[in-house]
Design a protein around this ligand. Structure first.
Ligand SMILES: Cc1cc2nc3c(=O)[nH]c(=O)nc-3n(C[C@H](O)[C@H](O)[C@H](O)COP(=O)(O)OP(=O)(O)OC[C@H]3O[C@@H](n4cnc5c(N)ncnc54)[C@H](O)[C@@H]3O)c2cc1C
Length: 222
């Protein structure tokens, strides 16, 4: 659902590419609708008859194109149609909006599933100093962009997998990982992005561990 106070105007744009980067998960690139701040979202539609959905931008602020990362929801309205797009097709995209802004402030970037998207944008926008990235997923193939994050962040890139075991991967949900942490710096910002279940649970854990409420920023997908 588009927030009612957003004046969302959709612009017809050309698809550049639409790559399946993991089973059922696509990285869609299209012509830019304007400048944006890493962490912001766009509304995307395929045809004027279907209400557009919101997606975090998953590309750098200075890139010539815009990209989003999405998972195909099996009985979803829009995502199965998005998955059919290929280079040269048209889609409808708004200008960027939203206030989940990335910053140079020392931060924890915490995501479940495709909630990694805004951090990929922040990463490619150069906001990488003093960041810790925690990504939760059910299976080992849910750690999108791991090949890019791992060499850069090293031990500050934590993958939490709830249903499979893997080398260097924490076994369990990311909320369990947070609960087990002895210390979390209170002066850091804590960005939370993904499902409402994860965001609410992680927020409560952070507050219980003494993180001031104003240092917690949240973006809920569903
Ligand atoms: C601010 C904001 C940013 C968002 N950014 C992204 C993004 O970067 N990438 C992304 O994949 N999605 C993102 N979403 C979710 C996206 O807007 C759609 O809800 C989603 O793609 C499903 O659309 P659909 O039309 O296929 O399914 P719909 O027909 O709208 O919904 C079907 C059901 O699918 C469930 N659902 C929605 N998203 C997911 C999901 N990711 N995994 C499992 N179930 C889901 C919902 O509970 C919903 O009831 C964002 C949502 C918001 C509000």
């Amino acid at each position: 659902m588009i927030p009612e106070n957003e004046q969302v105007v959709l612009h017809k744009k050309k698809v550049i590419s639409n790559k399946e980067i993991s089973p059922g998960v696509f990285y869609l690139t299209f012509d830019k609708t304007g400048d944006f701040v890493a962490g912001q979202t766009v509304a995307v539609g395929v045809d004027p008859g279907i209400e557009p959905r919101l997606y975090s931008l998953a590309s750098g602020m200075n890139d010539k194109r815009m990209s989003i990362l999405y998972i195909v929801v099996a009985d979803g309205t829009l995502t199965p149609k998005l998955a059919e797009l290929s280079g040269g097709d048209e889609l409808y995209v708004s200008k960027a909006f939203g206030t989940f802004y990335g910053s140079a402030w020392p931060s924890y970037w915490i995501a479940s599933g495709t909630g990694i998207a805004p951090y990929y944008s922040m990463f490619y926008s150069g906001l990488t100093k003093n960041k810790v990235l925690i990504h939760g997923g059910r299976t080992l193939d849910s750690f999108y962009f791991a090949d890019e994050f791992k060499p850069f962040f090293g031990d500050n890139y934590i993958r939490c997998c709830s249903r499979e075991r893997g080398d260097g991967v924490y076994e369990g949900r990311l909320t369990q990982y947070l609960k087990e942490k002895n210390y979390l710096p209170p002066n850091y910002k804590y960005y939370l992005c993904g499902s409402s279940e994860m965001v609410v649970e992680a927020r409560d854990i952070l507050i219980n561990k003494g993180i001031p409420f104003q240092n917690i920023l949240a973006e809920i997908y569903f």
